[in-house]
Structure formats: structure tokens, C-alpha cells
Design a protein around this ligand. Structure first.
Ligand SMILES: [Mg+2]
Length: 213
């Protein structure tokens, strides 16, 4: 765990969901694979070929732009608009098959919620994001959920963060963003004047009540 510019007065904690509120690499990978399987089915090609097509497209884009490209962006090269791959995720993702209730996480979040307002900020659509929180047994602890369809843009865009802060009625300077990817979950919040906590997984979230006091 690494902390960045923690504000002196903290009123809200904005949590990333995937690989932050749970540690499960199989499910994290399945979220990508399920879309590639669907793409393969629609094209009538073997799954391995679909993986290869996507991998090649991603490398091409990364070489051109110097930036990592999302699966959604890579799929647009094959005539699949972003709106359609979002719909696939809305319909296909079943987090409840991979995740289970986490009482230790629940206890930590309950403790944190006595002192801080909590929000979840995710690049997944609200249906699977809500299902993930529900499977972990913590849905009721997040009064604000900012999902992909809440703002129409993905992290690391500023909007999901400012939307979460506004919904909680807390200025950016009194928020901390907590997530597992520096580029996606931490860098932009720091630009907005928030603090950041980079976690290695949910085990680090368990320690936040002690760390933040
Ligand atoms: Mg994550």
C-alpha cells in the first residue's frame, strides 16, 4: 500500500471496485475473456483466433499512440461500437458466480462509514457493479455508486471522480481515492486535489480503519 498527498481533513473515501474491494485474478480475467468469447461467437471464429485478433489490434494501437488501449476501444476496430461492448458487459457479467460475501471487508467499511462518506467509482456498468458489491455483501454501505453509465465516460476521466464528490456533497480536497491502479485510480484524483491510496488488494482495505483512524 502507498499513500499520496493525504488531506489533513478527510470527509469522503472513493473506492474503486475491481481488485480493490476483492482480490480474485480469475474473475478479473474472466471479465475480459467473456467479452472475447462473445466476440468470437458473433464472428463465428475460434476463441483463440479472437484473442489473437484483439491482441494484435491492441499492440497496433499502443505502438501508434504510446498508450494502453482498453478492450472496448480495440473492439471498435472490428465494427463493435463502445455502446455495444458496454451492453455485453451489462448482460454477460455474473460476479456472483466468482465472488462471495466478505465479512472482514464489511466490518472495515462499517467502521470507516462512521467517520467518512463512502462512494464506489467504477468503469463497469451499474448492473454488474451493483451485483459485485451485492456479492461481496457490502452494497448497502455505498450510498453513491458512480458507474460507467452514470457519467458516460471511463476513469481516468475526471468526471466520475467529481461526480462522486458532488453526490456526497464533499469538496475534492477532502476526498481520498482508493484503488489498485495508479494511472486509473490515483493520478487524476491527485490532479483534482484529492489524496490517493494505492492498494495491492482487499487485504490493504482491511487495514484502512487503523491507518486512517
Ligand atoms: Mg481496479
Amino acid at each position: 500500500m502507498k499513500t499520496f498527498n493525504l488531506p489533513s481533513q478527510v470527509h469522503a473515501l472513493l473506492f474503486d471496485i475491481d481488485l480493490t474491494l476483492y482480490t480474485n485474478e480469475v474473475w478479473a480475467k474472466e471479465q475480459i475473456d467473456i467479452q472475447i468469447r462473445h466476440f468470437a461467437k458473433l464472428r463465428g471464429i475460434p476463441e483463440a483466433e479472437a484473442h489473437e485478433l484483439i491482441a494484435r489490434e491492441r499492440i497496433k494501437r499502443e505502438t501508434e499512440t504510446g498508450k494502453k488501449t482498453s478492450l472496448g476501444n480495440a473492439l471498435t476496430a472490428f465494427g463493435i461500437p463502445i455502446s455495444e461492448s458496454i451492453r455485453w458487459r451489462e448482460e454477460l457479467l455474473e460476479p456472483e458466480k466468482y465472488l462471495e460475501a466478505d465479512p472482514v471487508l464489511r466490518e472495515a467499511l462499517i467502521t470507516l462509514s462512521r467517520k467518512y462518506s463512502l462512494a464506489a467509482v467504477t468503469n463497469n456498468p451499474s448492473r454488474p457493479a451493483g451485483a459485485t458489491l451485492k456479492a461481496l455483501g457490502v452494497l448497502d454501505l455505498f450510498p453513491v455508486l458512480v458507474a460507467l453509465d452514470t457519467t458516460g465516460v471511463s476513469k481516468p476521466h475526471k468526471k466520475p471522480y467529481t461526480t462522486a464528490a458532488e453526490a456526497l456533497g464533499v469538496p475534492c480536497g477532502a476526498c481520498i481515492s482508493i484503488g489498485d491502479r495508479y494511472d486509473i485510480d490515483i493520478a487524476v484524483p491527485l490532479e483534482l486535489g484529492m489524496g490517493g491510496i494505492l492498494v495491492d488488494g482487499v487485504e490493504d482495505v482491511y487495514t484502512l480503519p487503523d491507518m486512517l483512524g
